[in-house]
Design a protein around this ligand. Structure first.
Ligand code: AMP
Length: 170
């Protein structure tokens, strides 16, 4: 299955100079979506993950099917103001703009082995913030899985060492 066929490049969205990778054709195709999430699930097993974390919002789309496929829990990392209980929060910069992410205190147990799943690794800011939240919870990040890596942004150089799976590279 050639997943590249299911990603549409949209120039100058959401602002001039950004080549936006639209993954909606991929998740809209049952075979392609299943193939991608099964690849993530195999990786989750290989790194012995016992919980899946996905950042708001496309990390939910890819992370939750991995969790259900393996019978693992899924923990959302959300934009601030969305989680109702006490949270940990990290702020970071995006390829475009800035953002902050929050995690419920207690949603991840100390010592758990976490696989982070997201749609795309760009500058790495989102994943670095997510990793910080997981580490502040006392858990271990055992792997990172992305559908897409934008190699030219060198996001992975900013990340602490962890096994990384990327299915598509640009
Ligand atoms: P970053 O924190 O820079 O690694 O950006 C991560 C998130 O921003 C990804 O999970 C995407 O959802 C979104 N994103 C950043 N750049 C792009 C892009 N060129 N195309 C589509 N989504 C993007």
């Amino acid at each position: 299955m050639n997943l590249y066929d299911y990603v549409k490049n949209v120039p100058d969205f959401p602002e001039k100079g950004i080549q936006f990778k639209d993954i909606t054709p991929l998740i809209g195709d049952g075979e392609a979506f299943r193939y991608a999430t099964h690849r993530f699930a195999e990786f989750a097993q290989s790194v012995k993950a016992d919980v899946i974390v996905g950042p708001d919002a496309r990390g939910f789309i890819f992370g939750a099917p991995v969790a259900t496929h393996l019978g693992l829990g899924f923990v959302p990392v959300r934009k601030p103001g969305k989680l109702p209980r006490q949270t940990l929060t990290e702020t970071y910069s995006l390829e475009y703009g800035t953002n902050a992410l929050s995690l419920h205190e207690g949603d991840i147990q100390p010592g758990q082995n976490v696989l982070i799943v997201d749609d795309l690794l760009a500058t790495g800011g989102t994943i670095k913030a997510t990793m910080n939240l997981i580490e502040r919870s006392g858990a271990n990040v055992v792997g990172l899985a992305f559908l897409i890596e934008l190699k030219f942004l060198e996001g992975r150089a900013k990340l602490p060492k962890a096994p990384i799976l990327t299915l598509l590279e640009y």
